[in-house]
Structure formats: structure tokens, C-alpha cells
Design a protein around this ligand. Sequence first.
Ligand SMILES: [Mn+2]
Length: 353
Amino acid sequence: MALEGERQFSKNAEPIGVDPKTIRVEDEYAFYSIRNAAIDRGKSIGMGERDIAEIDIVIRELLNNIISHGGKTGHVTISHLTEHSSSSLVLDVVDHGPGFKDFDNALLDGVSGTGSMGGGLPSVRRFAERVELVRSGPAGSHLRVVKRAAFTTEQENNWVFALFTRPHPGESECGDAGTMIRQDDTILLVLADGLGHGPKAAEASRKAVEVANNNHRLPLPDLVKVLHSELARTRGSALSLARIYPEHSRIDWLGLGNVSGSLFRPGVDSSESHQVFANYNGTIGVQLGAYRTIQYTYQKGDWLVLSTDGLTQRWQDVFYSSPTRTPHTIGREVLRVSSRKNDDSAILIGRSR
Ligand SMILES: [Mn+2]
């Protein structure tokens, strides 16, 4: 919600998210196509019902501003980010109006600016983590809105997830990246560990997430083939894929390299059973040997954990001892106590309810 430091115009007018999709605004009916595309994208990055409802309101307000104050035409580019601790929806809104006369006031409740865009954008501010004025002036405005998915989402298929990443200490970018994609009755989980750390590692893992997002309907072995060819010009990445079929209590697993997966089943006498998934050797984009999908079954109440080798085995102790067992609290605690000092770290943790 903080706007401090974001009032200067950004140099970067290009969309900052991956897989950008641009929709023109020529009249108020553009609302429906933009809303639907944004909602689809929000769902694909794991947003829950509340986030989706808020996106609806945010887009309504942004479109109102284009129609009422922004010269009636423009375009909206929808993209997403999967960096840091969570996924975000990014909206780049460009109009052909006279620009903002008073951007700060436009974000306040009850302020009506006549003749300028921004006759009040309070809901945009309330429901988005970042609202940034990229450009304002007689040739139109460019507003960037970043809405982060809540850490955990609860949806009809009864899995709750949290994704946490942490960069190598001393690096600004994290070389590990992941995503959760809900599609029809399945959930695809992706966790990638770009080789090494720093910007080149981040480039590889981000690319992997982007390619997985764009090809998420493919069977897992086919998705690996596409990933392998698309990452050929990157440094390469270890990567694991899990596709959950809630109706069949089944997880299809395709693990490559050092991104591990496991199921935990809390026992009645506080003992836990732990099943570690099998991984094949290989580095996406560099070298792949033989691999196949392996099926596991789970029960209600089981936990699924994907993690990179930036976490020490101590994370299992945190898991067993954590008194407040939500994916969010456990994931955050695991990163805090068991991240290695010499690598990026990431955990994607979920619970079947
Ligand atoms: Mn690593």
C-alpha cells in the first residue's frame, strides 16, 4: 500500500511482468474482455476468490477513469510476476487523456478531479500493493498497478498453498522461482532452481516459470521437452513439476535435479510419515537423460512440499515442530531458519484439507 518512493516517473515503460497480453480500450465494453483476461490470469497464479473480486473492482475503476477522464481510449496490458514471496498480477494502463493533475489526490477517497484523469482511484489503491505513475502528461498517462496474490488461497479443490523464495545473501535477485497454476480440476506446481545464483540464475528460472505458464496444459513429459528447448539459451535450471488431481487423490511427479518433493502425513500420535519423491538427473536447457512421470497418492490432511537445495535438511524439524500449521507460517519459518548462506532458497508448501 505504500506509495512512498514511487511518485517519480519510472524509466521503464515496458510491462514488467511475463507473458504480457494487451487489450485495446475503444469504448466501455472493453471492460468485459479486460476483466475476464485479468481474472483468468489471476486464477492461473493461484489467486483466490477474494483477490478475484478485488480485481473486478480495480479494473472497473481503472476503465471508468479512461472513459471519464482519459480521453476515452487507450490500452491495458495484463502480465504477472512470480518473484519474491508470492505471485502478482500486473496491469499497465495507458490512456490518451490530459494526464494527472494531482496523482496523490487521485488516490484518496472522496477526491474528485474534474477534467483530469484520476477522478478518484481509491479502490485501486486499497486493493493493490503498488500503484505507480509511469508517465503523465498531455500525451496521456501510464499507470502501473501491481496486485499481489494472498499468500494462501483456498479454493474448491481444497488445497492451500504458499510459495516463498529468498535470494542468496548479497544478491538482489532470486535464482529460484515457482508458480501454482489451477486449471479445471487440476493444479500444476512448478519449482525451478536456476544454476548458481544471481541475475543469470534468475533469468533461467523465471523463463522456466513463464514457459510453464504458457504451456501448462501439456502432459508433464511434453512440458519438460518444451522447457528444455526454450531454456537452451539460458544457464539452465533444475526443475520439478507436480500435477495434483484432487478428484483421484493423485499427484503426478516429474522431478529433475535438486528440486525435491515429498508428502508428509501427520500421525495421530504425533509421529509423521514422510514419503520422498524420486528425481531423475538432468538440467533443463543443458542436459536431459531419461525421465518419466511417477504417480503418488495422498490422503486428506497430507502436506506436499517442494524445495530447492538452498534449504538445509533442518527444514523438516521446523515442519514437525511448528505449532501453527498453516502453509504460510511454516513456509516463512522454514526460510528464516534453514536457508543456506551460499545459495538461493525456495519452498512451495501445500496442504490438502
Ligand atoms: Mn540451488
